[in-house]
Design a protein. Sequence first.
Length: 451
Amino acid sequence: MSGSYNRNVGVALLFLGGLLLLVFGLSALGAGLLLRPAPLPDAYAWKSPLEQINNRNLAPATVLLPLTGMSSADALNATLDAGHWENAYALLAYDTTRADPTRIGALLQLGTRYAAAQDQPKAAWCYLAAARIATLSQVLSDSVRADTYLQVAAGLRGIGALDAARLATDQAYLLGQYSPALQRDPQSRRLNQVANAYAALGADALANQARAKTAEPVDALDNPAGWLPREPFVVKAGALSVSPEVSNAIQTRVAAASQLSADAQNIPANRAADWPQDSVAQLREALLNEDQARLASYDQQRAKDAAVQVALGRDRVQWLALKYRVARGAFGVDLVPEWSKNAAAIADAWSDAWGELFRLYEQQASAIPNAQAVSQAMEDVTRQELFAARWGWYRGASDADLHATLRELTRQLREAAIPSLRVDALTVGGQTTDVLLPDELYGKNEKALPK
């Protein structure tokens, strides 16, 4: 009897042990899946910065600074000094006024800091965004572009995003080879840097090729002035008068935001319920009143001349950017529930405002007397449209339509023998990215990349 009992107990213990091992195994597997880092984006991936902000990581201590009257530059520096990387990223995602060089510099800095914090995917997206600006910007020199690509490549190598690092290195190589704006000494230096970047990726054949390029003779130009980098198209903007109602509304909003910012200094991120409701209500009312004052002011100034209309359009897209950020909860708390319920409509209004602004830019570009200069100016405007579309600000034209416009402008400029590297679409595996290519490689898709 006792033997039978012991056998039954043994079987029960074995079954229980096996069950526990199964439970622990499944738990470990689940934990592994949960803790596995997000995959790094590849060279052709893109996701707008607006879609990458994690509202739960926004730190209340500095997130409201853009509403307090602080300049964009000072707000960014304050968030970086405080170590609030997501706040800084949100500023770069929504700020429509920041110059391309400073936006690139901030993204490179953020990429480094996200990498140090072991957030490799976010670091990769920062580097890819910096490279995208270098490609699309109409104001950067080719020297700055090449430096940006090389810094991006180094950052991506450091986090193991090697495919993306290779494309950034390819872009630096194409610039070093084909840019008409690079003088001989800077060109040789860039090509040596490119060679080192290829070597770091294990692409020894391309590294040797790039080094060999530095020793190749350069033919003298018949007309060196024709190869100098041209000035980008500058849109004329007039002075925008601010009505007393708008001025008073801004002051009220600044005061309310400053009070709420002070009250929220010690609140942790992702604790919206802890925000002081009285102060939140005051800022909500101030924002609603400012919105009404601005709308009335915009309607009153519609009849102004074209240059003032540009200033008005820029002011409108800046305000709608802030309004859309509020609507998406990208200040870490629902500041204006009325806007949050209508976020899609606000996004449409923002996109429409961008479309109207670009129409004004195109009118000025078309009014230039010289046909060649018109094509160059329209190329600059279209690149701005493509950037706004990539950043998630503008949906009035598809990427395909904008690239079709760029191809037609490229055809016109090639016929006029205007040397430059131009924006082209590179499609691989169903994903499309933007690249800069010389005329002889334009339209060749993947075959245009160094081999």
